[in-house]
Design a protein around this ligand. Sequence first.
Ligand code: PLP
Length: 498
Amino acid sequence: MSAPDAADVVRGRFEPGATEPLIFELGHPGRANTYFPNARALEEFLPAQTLRPDLPLPDNSELDVIRHYTRLSQRNFSIDTGFYPLGSCTMKYNPRVNDAMANLPGFRDLHPFAPDELAQGALALMYDLERYLAAIFGMAQFSLNPAAGAHAELAALLIAKAYFAKKGEGAARTTVIVPDTAHGTNPASAAMVGYKVVSLQSDARGRVGVDAIKAVLGPDTAVCMMTNPNTLGLFEDHILEIARAVHAAGGLMYYDGANANALMGNARPGDMGFDLMHLNTHKTFSIPHGGGGAGHGPVGVAAHLVDFLPTPVVRKTGDRYALDFDRPESIGPMRSFWSNFAHAVRGFTYILANGGDGLTKVSQLAVLNANYVRVKVREFLDTPYDEICRHEFVASAQELKRETGVRALDLAKALLDHGFHAPTMYFPLLVPECLMIEPTETESKETLDAFVAALRSIVEQAKRDPQAVLAAPTTTVVGRVDETRAAREPDLRWKAPA
Ligand SMILES: Cc1ncc(COP(=O)(O)O)c(C=O)c1O
């Protein structure tokens, strides 16, 4: 294999179109650092059947490895390098104090098999975090066990199944109602548990109508899954009547708390009549997330469902803490050991650092920022649900597309050239050419103004010179890719040069 030119590697790292060589291509036989004089070759540690002559193990110096991965990391867009208004994903700043606490040796080095007596501090943290979440969201109890939002949805629906089975209604309660504004994970989770999904169309105000829900409720209704504020950024203002109707039909109300950044400290799902809920602590409580990384999805329940929560739960007796696995009605563990414990530490730190009043202010500022951007964006793009929003709002490029051929996707790509991550696109599905913008509370007025100015200039350019926008991005390392081909014909294998 021929080694890439070192000067090119250095020069080309940020240039559009430049490619980073693979780690194999950067290596040379004998280059790897040897830290022990009699060190054995790496191959000796691996079972023979895992080794392939056509795929040699990379032989690189430590410095080459560090530089390679650092260069790759610098090609990524990140919340630490730029504004990331990805709707429904709450890409807020993750305070470094969270990491400092998660890295305290007593937490970081704790063995997952440590007996309870040696893990009192960690158990106390989990116990207190659970109590805080229950108080903030008005639920009887949470489990910190699920590892992400979708995982917690699955847990909640398994709890609902167990609950109806115990009541003798397991065979009758077969449907889950999901509004068309819901995240795709909602119907997917319901289907995974074996429920039939009943999709509910939003009304002209972008909300679930009371009559519409009454029309689909029946003795087969198990759960109604709602996100509030919904993914249009709108508060479901008939939520109390909806909850009453679902309960009157014998069903359970499920709260998708991915948007909790909009109401934390200001309103509680428990008070709205929800029986089950999940949180994306990785969003609301500022834990690095995205790219499929580790998440944290506590699932909370009202008093009548506590016995079904996943195992284990932390029990406090006097001033001692212990993991309780002896819960005969539990749905069982969703995740091994203590789940993503380091994330529990981060979320806990965030709550303590802000305090109750601070959390209230966080969501108020998130709502203020979203409305600030919304009223500016509506000067040059349609905002279909034109009213005060919560923490996010949707704009539509449909009219622009008709006029110029420039779509939401093209605006999103062009934003990269201005140094901004794209908003969420084409979701929720009911808004054509949708851009879903969530600024979060951690952004300054200057950043929001710069984002609006960039979006405005792209829209103006689309009217003057649509081809220029269609060609974007032109300043990024990877330009416009064929997304369909990339998805349908991914070519991910490394091949040795002929
Ligand atoms: C509204 C909503 N619900 C559920 C989820 C699923 O959460 P997770 O990605 O942690 O599985 C998301 C994630 O983006 C979401 O936005």
